[in-house]
Write a protein that binds this ligand. Structure first.
Ligand code: GLN
Length: 236
């Protein structure tokens, strides 16, 4: 008579709670919103940082995640596609209910409670509104003013990160629960920073970065996000 042994992969069909990471050898399961942007690069860095990254295109795929990453691209396009795919509301609910989220560039815009156009007027577009931030789109200028900088990020060890800004937003204002992790500023003739702009911030389990860490292949911000994921899981 046939006998069924436990086989690798059983955990996939057995159903798993958000903290059942042993099934993946202790790797949290992080979704990458796969509507537009550097999905593969983020999946690779998540893997490097110690997570199991999975592309997410449908609302059902949000069910058994321990965290979600929203890549850069064009926030209006991602917002529209997410609405079209019936993902915006379920995603908003999951994040509001405590699912840790990491948004890079356009992802940081989508997480914010309100977005501004480059001239400071309101930008009407679908947002998740999960983070108490106001974000100014294309704030540093157009494509030609895209730039790179070496940035110290609070909570990231081992020296500055090489940050690639592409038509990047900055975080114009932050609510009382938002912690600023990195800023950029031109320096005056005496080397003093002027006109400081926030580019990385955190609110509880939500992390937002105006730059693209995946383009420099540096996994340390993804590692920081996984720490937030683990921190939240150990509290729940
Ligand atoms: N400028 C884009 C926006 O407003 C963001 C750019 C990016 O993600 N690299 O959505």
């Amino acid at each position: 008579m046939a006998r069924f042994e436990r086989v690798p992969g059983e955990a996939l069909v057995a159903g798993r709670g958000p903290r059942d990471w042993d099934a993946d050898g202790g790797r949290p399961r992080i979704g990458v919103l796969a509507l537009q942007g550097d999905v593969l690069e983020h999946l690779r860095l998540l893997d490097q940082a110690g997570a199991s990254g999975v592309p997410v295109k449908r609302a059902e795929e949000l069910e058994d995640l321990d965290g979600i990453l929203i890549p850069g691209g064009e926030s209006t396009t991602i917002g529209r596609l997410a609405t079209l795919y019936g993902l915006l509301e379920p995603l908003r609910k999951r994040i509001a209910g405590g699912l840790p989220a990491f948004g890079t560039c356009a992802g940081a815009i989508l997480l914010s409670r309100s977005a501004l156009s480059p001239d400071g007027s309101p930008s009407e577009q679908p947002l998740l509104g999960c983070m108490d931030t106001v974000v100014r789109r294309n704030a540093f200028g157009s494509q030609v003013e895209s730039f790179e900088a070496d940035l110290e990020v609070a909570g990231v060890e081992g020296g500055p990160m090489h940050a690639v800004f592409i038509r990047a937003p900055w975080i114009e204002s932050t609510g009382p629960d938002v912690e600023v992790l990195a800023s950029v500023a031109p320096v005056d003739r005496d080397g003093r920073p002027v006109d400081v702009k926030v580019v990385v911030a955190r609110q509880g389990g939500i992390l937002a970065s105006a730059f693209h860490p995946e383009l420099a292949g540096d996994a340390r911000l993804h590692e920081l996000f996984l720490e937030l994921v683990r921190e939240r899981a150990s509290r729940s």
